[in-house]
Design a protein around this ligand. Structure first.
Ligand code: IPM
Ligand code: MG
Length: 370
């Protein structure tokens, strides 16, 4: 009998529910095999929650997320809720989850799998074997900084403003995650800011430098301005191992990095909180792609990013490294066999929908499971 772990599933909107269905099948497969079992709860977020309950996420759902060992999130948003108002945006669901659960480290890998090297818009020789990790701060910076608002000036004109702000503690805790990850990879961290323009950027740079001298002298640390980093990511992405950066720059650079791989539909992410005294770490896992309303409900969406997010959960929340690797290998093998969803189609491959992709992964799991 394996341990029961609690898992809250939040499929959300658009393609979220369809790709999540395929994850449920992988979870059922693991359960049948006796590999790992979960106590699973499911709830509304985003537009689905607005429709059912009038808000993008309820306090009850936030509390359930807080109590769970891990949260698996789909995607939120769609044209139906575009005019819901700033305080009722579906996106508030994910922002509130990050903030309320204090999930400050958003891990966004960009990995080019060998069978997909031609799916990138960049030349194969530039992206082949690419494996970088962006660690994006996700509970601070301009996303949450105060003051923010719109005010009327004495001359009658209005002024809109937001605040970028980082404390020593906020910078150090996310940088620690980056340094620790680098130690298990190629031991190199690039810290990204605009120290040439922003006062908080210079503070970020100084804080990361001091932390490295104190705690991680063995890890190579490089500093880079965010604009240069964007350029270097396209010019020569393989120079990077781990990138650590603020909430806003991480949002931009991770979208950019995801396209190096050729498909947003492929990339998972993990958002981690601090470890508590018992070693437990709150965490949320979600694909990098959005709700893709244009293809929602058509059975076309690529379920791989959601399935790979589940694999990240096995690894980071439950230390089930072998099981995580098994799921990842099944995904790679199915791609190598030539099956593709529409987003990663290439000459000489066979096009399949969400369901057949999920089914093929289950068949592959049957084949390769020990
Ligand atoms: C992301 C998204 C979110 C963000 C949106 C949906 C609020 O773009 O996770 O990158 O900006 O953080
Ligand atoms: Mg984004």
């Amino acid at each position: 009998m394996t341990n029961k772990r609690t898992l809250l599933i939040l499929p959300g909107d658009g393609v979220g529910p369809e790709v999540m269905r395929e994850v449920r099948r992988v979870i059922d497969w693991m359960d049948r095999r006796g590999l790992v079992s979960f106590d699973i709860g499911e709830d509304y977020v985003g537009g689905a929650s607005i429709d059912a309950r009038g808000v993008p996420i309820t306090d009850e759902t936030l509390a359930r997320a807080e109590a769970a060992d891990a949260v698996l999130f789909g995607a939120v948003g769609g044209p139906k809720w575009d005019n819901a108002g700033f305080d009722l945006r579906p996106e508030l669901a994910i922002l509130k989850l990050r903030k309320q659960l204090d999930l400050f480290a958003n891990l966004r890998p960009a990995l080019v799998l060998a069978p997909l090297v031609n799916a990138s818009t960049l030349k194969p020789e530039v992206v082949r074997d690419l494996d970088l990790m962006i660690v994006r701060e996700s509970t601070g910076g301009i996303y949450f900084g105060e003051p923010r608002g719109v005010e009327t000036l004495p001359n009658g004109e209005q002024r809109g403003f937001d605040t970028e702000s980082y404390t020593t503690g906020e910078i150090e805790r996310v940088a620690r995650i980056a340094f620790e990850l680098a130690r298990k990879r190629r031991n190199a961290v690039t810290s990204v800011e605009k120290a040439n323009v922003m006062r908080s950027g210079l503070f970020w740079r100084q804080t990361v430098t001091a932390l490295r001298e104190r705690e991680y002298p063995d890890v190579t640390l490089t500093h880079m301005y965010a604009d240069n980093c964007a350029m270097q990511l396209v010019r020569n992405p393989r120079q990077f191992d781990v990138i650590v950066t603020s909430n806003m720059f991480g949002d931009l650079l991770s979208d950019l990095a995801s396209m190096l791989t050729g498909s947003l539909g492929m990339l998972p992410s993990a958002t981690l909180g601090l470890q508590d005294a018992s070693g437990r770490r709150k965490a949320l896992y979600e694909p990098i792609h959005g709700s893709a309303p244009d293809i929602a409900g058509k059975g076309l969406a690529n379920p791989l990013a959601q399935i790979l997010s589940f694999a990240m959960m096995l690894r980071y929340s439950f230390e089930l490294e072998e099981e995580a690797a098994l799921v990842e290998r099944a995904c790679t093998n199915v791609l190598a066999s030539g099956l593709r969803t529409a987003d990663i189609m290439a000459a000489g491959t066979a096009r399949v929908g969400t369901n057949v992709m999920g089914e093929s992964i289950l068949r592959e799991l049957d084949k390769i499971a020990p």
